[in-house]
Design a protein around this ligand. Structure first.
Ligand code: G6P
Length: 612
């Protein structure tokens, strides 16, 4: 949510900032801006719309932009509509300070009221401009930018990833973090700051992760980190392994399609070195230290948001049915305000692609405070959830740039299956039974690759239904969350209203919607509840609903009942979601293409939601 990039060094930073913003655009994309210090003066350019609109604005300008100090921001609006004025950077009253900010200043109204009384005027409706003015007031008192930022932040409630520049104290960038990720990129004779590594990996692999409550001052020669109260802190410089090719589209029209197609590989990567086929077991280094606590746990709680919450729902089926451990799932956003009864016997897994989602992180902190063991199932290496948890498992899906999550979901499910198998074996599942499950897991990448060959059929299906206004997705058991995920994918990128439901619940409401205009996608593999779902299909047919079935390839019966069948290979029931979701991802992708929406950057959404 909001992309941040900054540079101090000998190079012209304009291309660095613009390329960085392009790479960060998946975090937020309703407006963008840069602030440069040129000949001791600010040159600030802001534009509503995409980074490309900002670039056009700069290209249309007459002057050559060349600066060795600058910051850039791509925004996902919280306070104030996305327009040129509300875009970051924002100035202080004297226009000596420029700031970019990710997060929300919760007490901005109180501060604004006070500043208005003191004669300040504001151009934008943002909380960020208020913070800029407050820093400006402190700067008047101290003449030192870093002290001014620390003093201002001590009056602020809320969250921030903050980057500040000044023309008066101009050899530095001051950055601060509370709740929104920031990393310092350490170069030679130059330094960078960014909200994530993708913006700076081209220039340096040496990074420092800022923690909440930390402030840093960057110069060309180095950086100094401290707390808001000015206690110096020594930070470890870490190496990032991200490859540039991983954050490029690589011949695909969209990141989403690239990421859908990567799934045979990413599912394999999630299992690599972990799945022990001969022993029918699993080894997960990140859980070794907490294994005893996991085995003693009275209950496992899985939480996350969005797609990660859907993965948690599938995980509940796996852990309860296979490992026989009582498991609960909860939206992270609800968990944190519910004052949940939780204690030392509980283990909470936070599931998050980004490892930065504000609600998921807050839920994890809440559980930790109450004595639970907290573990992460995270994709982004070094992210806050990964660093603050007691242990966990990386899903190793590689960078996911498309806003609609695809490969992360199947990798999360794969990791949940691995955790389940490991716990089941430790709790007494026989080696033979373990081997059967391990073999089945190992076969999933090929099955996914097989489904991916059906793109043309699914594209034809999308063209048939592209003008429909509503969709229903129905599934049962572990495929109920797949129905939710299929509906979410469609909503997110094609803006068609879609609902996911447990198939049997249909008659308690959604059935009222069914007529000849309502397509219903059934996920109906040949499992123990197949016949029940078939009954639900009959109920829809009787009301002339149009049926699309995701069903097993050898299922002849379904062909009689559905208008369209998307065949998927058979697998062990609880692993089914890992492959059954693939056609639904493709369907939503092609629906979006047919409707000419922005697949990778759908309206109003952001990849990483670092505000509440
Ligand atoms: C946003 C994204 C979703 C994602 C959710 C949770 O809403 O658009 O795709 O599922 O956040 O994100 P996380 O990074 O915690 O998995």
């Amino acid at each position: 949510m909001c992309g941040i990039v900054g540079y101090i060094g000998p190079r012209n930073c304009v291309p660095i900032l613009l390329e960085g913003l392009r790479r960060l655009e998946y975090r937020g994309y309703d407006s963008a801006g840069i602030a440069l210090v040129m000949n001791g003066k600010f040159s600030i350019h802001k534009k509503a719309g995409k980074v490309a609109d900002l670039v056009s604005l700069l290209n249309a300008g007459n002057s050559e932009l060349n600066a060795q100090l600058g910051i850039g921001h791509t925004r996902w609006a919280t306070h104030g509509e996305p327009n040129d004025t509300n875009a970051h950077p924002h100035w202080d009253a004297k226009k000596e300070i420029a700031i970019i900010h990710n997060g929300i200043i919760e007490n901005y109204l109180a501060i604004k009221t006070k500043l208005l009384r003191e004669g300040h005027t504001f151009e934008s409706s943002t909380d960020t401009e208020v913070l800029a003015h407050l820093i400006g007031v402190m700067f008047e008192r101290t003449n030192d930018l870093c002290s001014a930022v620390r003093m201002a932040l001590s009056e602020v409630e809320g969250t921030y990833g903050l980057v500040v520049l000044s023309t008066r104290d101009s050899g530095k960038i001051v950055v601060a973090r509370r709740g929104s990720p920031l990393i310092i990129g350490v170069g030679e004779g130059e330094n960078f700051v960014a909200s994530d590594a993708s913006a700076i990996v081209e220039y340096t692999r040496q990074v420092v992760y800022l923690e909440d409550g930390e402030v840093a001052e960057l110069t060309t020669q180095g950086f100094q980190t401290m707390t808001i109260d000015d206690v110096k802190i020594d930070k470890v410089v870490e190496e990032i392994t991200l490859e540039l090719s991983q954050i490029e589209r690589g011949g695909y029209d969209h990141f989403m399609m690239k990421e859908i197609n990567e799934q045979p590989e990413t599912i394999r990567d999630a299992m690599r070195g972990r799945l022990l086929l001969d022993e029918g077991d699993v080894k997960l280094g990140g859980l070794t230290d907490v294994m005893e606590r996991l085995l003693k746990a009275k209950r496992i709680i899985l939480n996350g948001c969005g797609t990660s919450w859907h993965a948690a729902l599938v995980g509940e089926y796996m852990l309860e049915q296979i490992a026989k451990i009582p498991t609960e799932v909860e939206y992270a956003s609800e968990f944190r305000y519910r004052n949940p009864i939780i204690g030392e016997d509980d283990v909470l897994f936070s599931i998050s692609q980004s490892g930065e989602t504000a609600d998921t992180l807050a839920a994890m902190r809440e559980a930790k405070k109450k004595g639970a063991t907290v573990l992460g199932i995270v994709n982004v290496v070094g992210s806050t959830i990964a660093r603050e948890s007691d242990g966990g498992v990386y899903v190793h899906a590689g960078p996911e740039i498309g806003v609609a999550s695809t490969k992360s979901f199947t990798s999360q499910l794969t990791v949940l299956a691995l955790i389940t198998l490991m716990l089941a074996r430790a709790k007494g599942m026989s080696r033979e039974d373990g081997k059967v499950l391990a073999k089945e897991l190992a076969s999933l990448p090929d099955k996914v690759a097989h489904i991916l060959k059906q793109t043309e059929t699914i594209q034809a299906l999308a063209n048939e239904f592209k003008d429909v206004r509503n969709f229903l997705y129905l599934g049962r058991g572990a495929n109920f969350p797949v129905a939710l995920e299929g509906a979410l994918k469609l909503k997110e990128i094609s803006y068609i209203h879609a609902e996911g439901y447990p198939a049997a619940e249909m008659k308690h409401g959604p059935i009222a919607l069914i007529d000849e205009n309502m397509p219903v996608v059934f996920i109906v593999p040949r499992d123990g509840i197949y016949d029940k779902v078939i009954s639900n299909i009959h109920e829809v047919r009787a009301r002339r609903g149009r049926i699309i079935a995701v069903a097993n390839e050898d299922d002849r019966e379904i062909e009689e009942m559905a208008e369209f069948v998307i065949p998927v290979p058979r697998t062990y029931g609880f692993f089914g979601p890992i492959i059954n979701v693939i056609p639904l991802q493709l369907l939503s992708y092609y629906m979006a293409i047919a409707r000419e929406t922005d697949v990778d950057q759908p309206r109003n959404l952001a990849k990483s939601v670092t505000v509440e």
